[in-house]
Design a binder for this molecule. Structure first.
Ligand code: ZN
Ligand code: FE
Ligand code: FE
Ligand code: ZN
Length: 267
């Protein structure tokens, strides 16, 4: 058994994904998914980088592209239209302007930047060597909390992405995670189990089992995402994701429609 919905996948418009949405959906059907949400990287609000996100003038192309496959596969797949938007403090209004342009089914809010540093960007990986890893973790969790409090997002993406390249804090981060889980609960945001971490140097899902237990105990709801950047990554390792969710104590996960919880599905 796998989760029926994969809520995190990309398109070539972001500049670092391959394959047409149609191919993603065909693979999703083969994998047994009932629902797929495209959540490509929304235009960056702080600067331009065509290797990281689509540009503003590509948004209409993105929407048309996903609306087309939604119609094309109407009998075989429920297709949701979403975005993964960067959380960058000071740019909340600009982010809000993008989100309110269209009735998106949900918005994944992701922290990929600490100040101007794209800490998970392979092109900026070298900067890690000059950082205090504990401080990076503290900064990261503070940004996660701010992103939830912003009210811009329904789902917070890969909520321990800071571990991507394998850098580990030497201080215990459980207090940070507990604080963050409480803010998530109070803000009404969900998290995702994102299987892409298994394909990164850290070789571990986002978030880890220990973190997931804390989110579960705090009452934060769950979604699932493969973070596919290629068609063959759709629903990747979803069998392991469902095991992890159950082990962490989760009993159900959420389905979104037009930025509201449409229903919950038992695990
Ligand atoms: Zn990406
Ligand atoms: Fe991301
Ligand atoms: Fe993503
Ligand atoms: Zn992502």
């Amino acid at each position: 058994m796998i989760p029926i919905a994969d809520y995190h996948m990309h398109t070539p418009l972001c500049g670092h994904a391959i394959g047409e949405p149609e191919e993603y959906i065909r693979n999703g059907i083969k994998s047994g998914l009932k629902e797929m949400g495209f959540s490509d990287h929304a235009p960056l609000v702080s600067h331009r980088d065509p290797k990281i996100t689509m540009d503003f003038d590509q948004l209409p192309i993105y929407l048309k592209m996903i609306e087309n496959v939604k119609k094309q596969f109407a009998n075989d797949m429920i297709v949701k239209i979403a975005l993964e938007a960067d959380f960058i403090p000071g740019f909340e209004q600009k982010t809000q302007d993008i989100i309110k342009e269209y009735p998106y089914d949900y918005i994944i809010g992701s922290v990929h930047f600490i100040r101007t540093w794209g800490f998970d960007d392979p092109a900026q990986r070298e900067s890690w060597s000059s950082k205090d890893v504990n401080q990076v973790y503290h900064d990261y969790y503070e940004l996660l909390r701010q992103s939830a409090r912003s009210g811009l997002f329904q789902i917070i993406g890969h909520c321990d992405l800071v571990k991507k390249f394998g850098h580990r804090a030497t201080e215990n981060m459980f207090d940070e995670v507990k604080k963050t889980a409480k803010v998530f609960k109070d803000s009404g945001v969900a998290i995702e189990i994102n299987t892409a971490g298994l394909r990164k140097p850290v070789k571990e899902m986002y978030p880890s089992l220990d973190c997931l237990k804390i989110y579960c105990q705090s009452g934060v709801p769950l979604t699932f995402g493969s973070d596919a950047h290629a068609p063959n990554e759709v629903a990747k390792d979803f069998d392991k994701a469902i095991d992890l969710a159950k082990t962490a104590g989760f009993k159900e996960y959420l389905i979104f429609k037009q930025q509201k919880v449409e229903r919950t599905i038992k695990l």
